[in-house]
Design a protein around this ligand. Structure first.
Ligand SMILES: NC(=O)c1ccc[n+]([C@@H]2O[C@H](COP(=O)([O-])OP(=O)(O)OC[C@H]3O[C@@H](n4cnc5c(N)ncnc54)[C@H](O)[C@@H]3O)[C@@H](O)[C@H]2O)c1
Length: 308
């Protein structure tokens, strides 16, 4: 049986994720949205590209949650994106209401799925989805670290004039201004970037990574980034569907790891067919740990507002 992936929200991130996933033939894809015609039109358009791409992924656009039944993975991208001058946190109340609308319907139709949350503010929305779904913590994952790390990797590769394939990076913490890029664990061909660049250069790249989302919002004016975010969620879905046991930075519900209890925070996770199969507790310096705690505190403030 082919795998089944539902993507809730057929806007920029949702539709582009469907595009990446279909072109990788990860499974059959259901696109759903509240706007009548949008998922149907985009789904059909993508389906018609499959003969050219030589991929057997069936793509269906719908507004009926029955069509999403028994999905292996459900990606939630429903929600409003930010506009210039807005922070991700400004989306909290609107997107929380959307989460309340969506998660119950998803769970009723796909009780065994793994949920990947993309909607912002990411960590708080993942926490909302976790609480509303009643799923075990391995089955609710937030997407942020793969994107933030990819941005850092792109900037490192450009700075050093090397292939992006040579660059690995870790960005932990919440998906916001307090995210925690870890230069010591970021490498080029296995060599830590702290050996390859001046401290001031690293600081500049770290700051650009923190501002990576805002940089794109400023250009687009009417919405936020979607190519890299949707590629990031595709990498996570692939790791799960192919049981790759891949170590990726993801927002996970922590129960004591890194001294954090009962909160979604970005940490290195092993993704496989059971979702988050392990949380890696890597050794952090006092400074890095303090930055992670600060980031967790800002997630805590947000989840308190919506009471999850
Ligand atoms: N985690 C990350 O790193 C990351 C990165 C990029 C975007 N995002 C977030 O992802 C979300 C989507 O971004 P986008 O650029 O695709 O926005 P978009 O406006 O292009 O698409 C969002 C879609 O959600 C739909 N929607 C709204 N309410 C719904 C509901 N109740 N049920 C089903 N669909 C519903 C809208 O009709 C729209 O088509 C935003 O909240 C954005 O901030 C997160």
């Amino acid at each position: 049986m082919r795998k089944k992936i539902t993507i809730v929200g057929s806007g920029n991130v949702g539709a582009t994720a469907a595009h990446w996933m279909a072109s990788k033939e990860l499974g059959d894809i259901v696109l759903i949205d509240i706007i009548d015609g949008v998922p149907q039109g985009k789904g059909l358009d993508l389906l018609e590209a499959m003969p050219i791409e030589k991929r057997d992924s069936f793509v269906l656009g719908t507004q009926d949650y029955k069509d999403t039944a028994n999905s292996d993975i459900v990606v939630i991208t429903a929600g409003i994106p930010r506009k210039p001058g807005m922070s991700r946190d400004d989306l909290l109340n609107t997107n929380y209401k959307i989460m309340q609308d969506v998660v119950g319907k998803v769970v009723t139709n796909s009780p065994n799925c793994i949920l990947i949350v993309v909607s912002n503010p990411l960590d708080a929305m993942a926490q909302a989805a976790y609480k509303i779904s009643g799923f075990s913590r391995n089955r609710v994952i937030g997407m942020a670290g793969v994107l933030d790390s990819a941005r850092f990797r792109a900037f490192i590769a450009m700075e050093l004039g090397v292939s992006v394939e040579n660059v690995t990076a870790f960005v932990l913490g919440g998906h916001g201004d307090t995210m925690v890029p870890l230069p010591r664990y970021s490498t080029v061909a296995g060599v830590p970037i702290t050996e390859l660049m001046e401290k001031s250069t690293i600081e500049r790249l770290v700051q650009r990574t923190r501002d990576g989302g805002a940089e794109i919002v400023k250009y687009l004016k009417t919405g936020s980034a979607f190519y890299a975010p949707s590629a990031a969620v595709t990498e996570m879905a692939e790791a799960i569907l192919k049981d790759k046991k891949k170590i990726l930075p993801c927002a996970a519900y922590l129960e004591g790891e890194y001294g954090i209890h009962g909160l979604f925070v970005g940490v290195p996770c092993k993704l496989g067919s059971r979702g988050i199969e392990d949380v890696w507790e890597i050794r952090l310096t006092d400074e890095e740990m303090a930055a992670l705690k600060k980031s967790a505190d800002s997630v805590k403030e947000l989840v308190a507002v919506v009471g999850v």
